[in-house]
Design a protein around this ligand. Structure first.
Ligand SMILES: Nc1ncnc2c1ncn2[C@@H]1O[C@H](COP(=O)(O)OP(=O)(O)O)[C@@H](O)[C@H]1O
Ligand SMILES: [Mg+2]
Length: 205
């Protein structure tokens, strides 16, 4: 059983988008619980009108279902709430193996990430094996990343995944169509490669 959370203090950095697509990728390998801990319940809404029922994927809500899911699924993916519910995120971080913190590569978003790094440190007091990485989301082409920005990224307190998730219409369209990028056919191909690349990094590292 592997458990992975998507967390960050910032809203709109891509937690829910990455949680659902990572869960869909893992669902090709085993039984997955996608646990929506955000009281706004974005993923629970998505699941309600999901056009394509994704085999092996169940969407559950609330912190309690995280604990219940651990025994009965191969993988648990947790979508965390934004900043106002940071104490809830803290509880999630104390009970998962890995956390990915999506960041939009801009200075404002990166500065906000320091607080998330402190929360990871805090969670490690009771969960010392917690692995944590930043992952760039809504990234521009690699060539568009200025040297200054690359330097800021590399100076963060937490390690950065090599994989960067680009800004792609497929991520928005999949949500609109009640799918993950894996159900988008040719339109989702590049996005699928990115999600697969994340899975490879976090499960090998
Ligand atoms: N890589 C991406 N490319 C294009 N749109 C994205 C990408 N990641 C997220 N989005 C869009 O950005 C918005 C915020 O993403 P969301 O996953 O809801 O963030 P969070 O859960 O952190 O608040 C959504 O409209 C989503 O569709
Ligand atoms: Mg969200």
């Amino acid at each position: 059983m592997a458990s992975i959370a998507l967390a960050n203090l910032k809203g709109g950095c891509g937690k829910s988008t990455l949680a659902l697509n990572i869960a869909a990728g893992l669902a090709r390998r085993g039984k997955v619980a996608l646990v929506d801990v955000d009281p706004q319940g974005a993923l629970a809404h998505w699941a309600e009108w999901a056009a394509a029922d994704i085999a092996n994927l169940r969407v559950l809500s609330g912190l309690k279902s995280l604990h219940d899911a651990k025994g009965s699924f191969d993988h648990v993916v947790v979508d965390c709430p934004p900043s106002v519910d940071w104490s809830l995120t803290g509880k999630v971080l104390e009970s998962v193996e890995m956390v990915l913190l999506p960041v939009i590569p801009s200075p404002l978003d990166l500065w906000a990430t320091n607080d998330a790094a402190f929360a990871v440190e805090k969670a490690r007091r009771s969960n010392p094996a917690l692995k944590a990485w930043l992952v760039q989301n809504q990234a521009e082409k690699r060539s568009a990343l200025s040297d200054a920005m690359a330097k800021v990224l590399n100076e963060q307190m937490l390690p950065l995944l090599n994989t960067a998730i680009r800004r792609r219409a497929a991520y928005r369209l999949a949500l609109l169509e009640g799918k993950s990028v894996y159900q988008m056919g040719a339109r989702g191909r590049e996005a699928v490669l990115e999600i697969e690349s994340i899975l490879k990094e976090v499960f090998v590292k």
